[in-house]
Design a protein around this ligand. Sequence first.
Ligand code: ZN
Length: 425
Amino acid sequence: MSDLLLGRVLSFTADPFVAGPEAARLDEAVLLQGGRIAAVGGAQALRAAHPGARVTDYGARLISAGFVDAHVHYPQTAMIASWGKRLIDWLNLYTFPEEMRFADADYAANVAGRYLDLTLANGTTSVCSYCTIHPGSVDALMLAAQARGQRIWAGKTCMDRNAPEGLRDTAQTGHDQSAALLARWHGVDRLSYVITPRFSPTSTPEQLEAMGALWAANPGCLMQTHLSEQLDEIAWVKGLFPQARDYLDTYESFGLLGHGGLYGHAIHLEPREKDRLREMDASLIHCPTSNTFIGSGLFDMGGLKAAGHRVGLATDTGGGSSFSMLRTMAAAYEVGQLRGRALHPAELWWLATQGSARSLLADERIGNIAPGLEADLVVIDLGSTPAIAQATARAETLWQALFPTVMMGDDRAIHAVWIGGRLRG
Ligand SMILES: [Zn+2]
């Protein structure tokens, strides 16, 4: 059985930060077969070539690759939008007590399912998530994603210091539990394991070394952590690692800097850190709603992309204030404006799809609409509210029609979601 979807099919032939908005292309139809995208092109030609295909006509709606959220904490779903704290206090007051509850497998399963349903309702088909210190929190998310047929990445968050009793492992148990989860889940269906030290302040040098050894033994895995989010945090890292040249060095010296390394936030980078991250072709993950919500600072998208960095986009739920990649694009635009660089809608959309997929080294599987890629798609209504509809009424270009949805859209703009070639609700 094949499906032929008609609509305004948006894809990218290149990175618009390099090639300009012309990197985007519009087609009339996309053919899905066996869970993958089989063809993209004109409606008439594809109809004629595939007379047996089931046709769904989405009219003037936009058909895009599903959104890819490159940095989330699914266990923070229930504490999203917690008021009034900056990073360290926010972790201690809100995050750690909530993460403690994931010792209960039923609670973890409940939140994992709720989280994936909330993100799917917002058009996000793939996520890369931190779990908690409990191995069961990884099992819960993997099982929930497996049941939904989703491609996701997830890992047990390792911490062996500066976290409360009940949320600490050790260098040895952190390593061994991660290795067991990796063996259980990595490469099963569409699931991937990610080696996940939370960040330098909550890991001893011994734990960072053990995580580095695990990554060296499993170079096909991604590794995720946090880097240079707040100035207080950077000062704390300096005190904890007096020998380190800078924050990045606390990862680099333990084998935790490399291609396939994902560094969340990366706001206050030193020149040496930028150089090393670029030399290693590591991935920087921009989390704009989180950076404004927690008061962290303004990511230098323009400068880092111009210098050739690999950059993904993410909500950072629940430090981020939304499950929506539309809202996240809007925040990236606002942060860009505050840094003097107005990101083009093509750049924003690319970041939320192919850019994030590239940051996860998965752009040959997901994040775009092209033959051979997995058929994870979102269908967008470009007039989903009266405010958006009246703003797009006079649009003469695709970007004029799209930008009000980027800035003001939410889950009401998500008309349909396809996962692995199957329509979801
Ligand atoms: Zn985070």
